[in-house]
Design a protein around this ligand. Structure first.
Ligand SMILES: [Zn+2]
Length: 239
């Protein structure tokens, strides 16, 4: 029996393979997933939909785009945001168009002073917390790279995050079990449901107890509030 399919690319969406331009990062990914994506994925209907959504920002001139981003950064300051929040979805689309155009290098607008410069792409630092935090650290909402490696997060937070992520990983893995593993479990559907409800609780813990603590260090932070492989949706995670 074949192995389970690789984890679906939950992160970047590409315009095409020619320039590998990242235009629609609804999410942001690990290198392994990116490679899998590049090798396996042509543009899906969802890619095309997000491309359509982002057209509004591609029509902005550089100055308008820079001002929109700077103003929005001011409005999101002081809070932890769900990845699923529409305002953050819009911000992400604009940020990627801006990244493609190197807007932040042009110094057309000034971000609110609370935002420091991200080391990855020199955009204002707006980190995303995901279930892959041990591996990828906090992820930049502008370029999709790691903006804060896990080892560079505050030690007191690491102490809380490491056990959280170590509980999460095996639960998530249930969604990707191969046929032999599924058979061995006896009741795979039941196992899957258990894993989903565990993950729901873990996402709740992240949203309530972990992510808000990042506000001590960053003016705003985004957190992944769903697990598509286990079919845990943002609305299942009620804070
Ligand atoms: Zn970056």
């Amino acid at each position: 029996m074949g192995a389970a399919p690789p984890a679906p690319p939950r992160w970047f969406r590409f315009q095409g393979f020619q320039d590998a331009a990242i235009i629609l990062a609804f999410r942001v990914g690990t290198p392994a997933r990116m490679l899998w994506l590049m090798a396996n994925m042509s543009e899906s209907p969802l890619d095309r939909l997000w491309k359509e959504y982002s057209a509004v920002f591609r029509d902005f001139d550089d100055l308008s785009l820079a001002r929109w981003l700077a103003q929005t950064l001011g409005q999101i300051e002081g809070r932890a945001w769900r990845l699923s929040h529409p305002l953050l979805g819009a911000y992400r689309l604009a940020a990627q168009v801006a990244h493609d155009r190197q807007i932040w290098f042009k110094r057309l607008a000034t971000a609110p002073p609370a935002y420091t410069e991200a080391p990855c792409c020199r955009a204002p630092l707006l980190p995303l917390f995901t279930r892959d935090v041990l591996e990828t650290g906090l992820v930049c909402q502008h370029c999709g790279d790691t903006c804060v490696p896990f080892d560079e997060t505050a030690p007191e937070l690491q102490k809380q995050i490491r056990p959280w992520a170590e509980k999460y990983t095996p639960m998530h893995a249930v969604a990707h079990w191969n046929d032999a593993q599924r058979k061995r479990s006896g009741n795979y559907e039941g196992r899957l449901e258990e894993a989903a409800s565990e993950v729901e609780q873990l996402l709740l813990t992240a949203g309530r107890e972990i992510v808000p603590k990042f506000l001590e260090f960053y003016p705003a932070v985004v957190w992944e509030d769903q697990d598509e492989c286990l079919e845990v949706r943002p609305e299942d995670v009620e804070l």
